[in-house]
Ligand binder design. Structure first.
Ligand code: HEC
Ligand code: HEC
Length: 259
């Protein structure tokens, strides 16, 4: 994963008060306002590592689109996925989430035989990972087509066809929706979003709008520790406490969120 370095300048008057230094970390903005203070003292350079999508590139949509032609062979032109979840939906995910997965694939930390050849260093330098992740994050998929009348003189059949290709609708999965909703809200919603659409800031993927088969396959990988669910607590597996029946209910609930 790409890690950026932010340099913060802090004033030093004899010893540094750690609490004060901590507060000063908050924003560079605030530090700018303290420039007078800083100028009056000796300078301490503090290197502050941020490893969540810290390296930034100027987004280039053309590069994103070009790379997507490769991905489209499996994940569909609009990142909608296919084959009932053999290929997951990858559109509208947080850029940082997609970039993280591509780095993991590239570094062989998350196995993905199908994709290995597309993500090696030569094919997929960091900048390309950023462009494609950002490109995909900007695609929105409709879950329903708005009503249209084919006999209307303004009806555009081609536009309608294109629109229907961007449609993504998860079929109702079996399970108890009401129970699933309760469990989801209590156990998953704080990270994956109240309605399952993920959390961009925290780089948490959406679970609503994702193929149920794909979700099941990932549950298995987390349980077998092939994937890591919670990096802050790598020993505990968030899904260990749930039975298959409970997950089935949660997935039933998730499958109706795009209705
Ligand atoms: C040959 C088919 C193939 C191609 C081409 C391909 N993928 Fe994949 N991709 C897969 C498969 C299969 C999986 C599911 C792996 C699994 O079950 O863990 C996957 C998973 C992913 C995931 C993980 C999604 C998630 O929510 O966990 C991302 C992100 C992804 N692909 C992005 C891409 C991008 C970007 C490209 C183009 C550069 C691409 N893929 C090209 C087959 C492919
Ligand atoms: C502490 C925050 C947190 C909680 C609580 C949480 N998750 Fe996650 N979940 C994540 C993160 C972060 C990821 C992405 C991790 C990675 O990179 O593999 C993730 C990924 C997933 C994935 C894989 C999705 C994909 O596209 O690859 C599934 C499935 C999943 N979670 C299910 C659940 C379920 C079901 C619950 C509730 C029982 C839950 N999670 C609770 C943070 C959380």
């Amino acid at each position: 994963m790409a890690c950026g370095v932010v340099q913060l300048k802090l004033p030093v008057h004899g010893t540094v008060n750690p609490n004060r230094a901590q507060r000063n970390f908050n924003t560079t903005d605030r530090l700018m306002k303290k420039r007078n203070l800083i100028n009056s003292g000796a300078l301490l350079l503090v290197l502050f590592h941020t490893c969540l999508q810290a390296e930034t590139f100027d987004y280039d949509p053309d590069t994103g689109e070009e790379i997507n032609e490769v991905c489209a062979g499996c994940h569909g032109e609009y990142g909608e996925g296919g084959k009932d979840g053999v290929y997951p939906r990858i559109a509208s995910m947080a850029t940082a989430f997609t970039a993280k997965q591509l780095h993991l694939f590239r570094e062989r930390k998350r196995p993905n035989m199908a994709m290995v050849e597309y993500v090696d260093d030569r094919q997929m330098p960091d900048a390309d990972i950023f462009h494609i992740s950002e490109y995909l994050s900007r695609i929105t998929l409709k879950t329903k087509l708005p009503p249209a009348n084919e006999n209307d003189p303004g009806f555009d059949a081609y536009a309608r066809l294109l629109e229907s290709k961007r449609l993504m609708q998860i079929p109702r999965a079996k399970g108890d929706i009401a129970k699933g909703k309760k469990l989801y809200r209590k156990e998953c919603g704080s990270c994956h979003g109240k309605e399952g659409w993920g959390d961009i800031k925290k780089a948490v993927p959406m679970l609503a709008g994702q193929y149920t088969n794909y979700l099941w396959r990932q549950v298995k990988k987390y349980r077998e520790k092939i994937r890591i669910h919670d990096e802050e607590d790598t020993e505990s597996e968030l899904l260990d406490d749930f039975s298959d029946g409970e997950l089935e209910d949660i997935f039933a609930y998730l499958s109706i969120l795009d209705d």
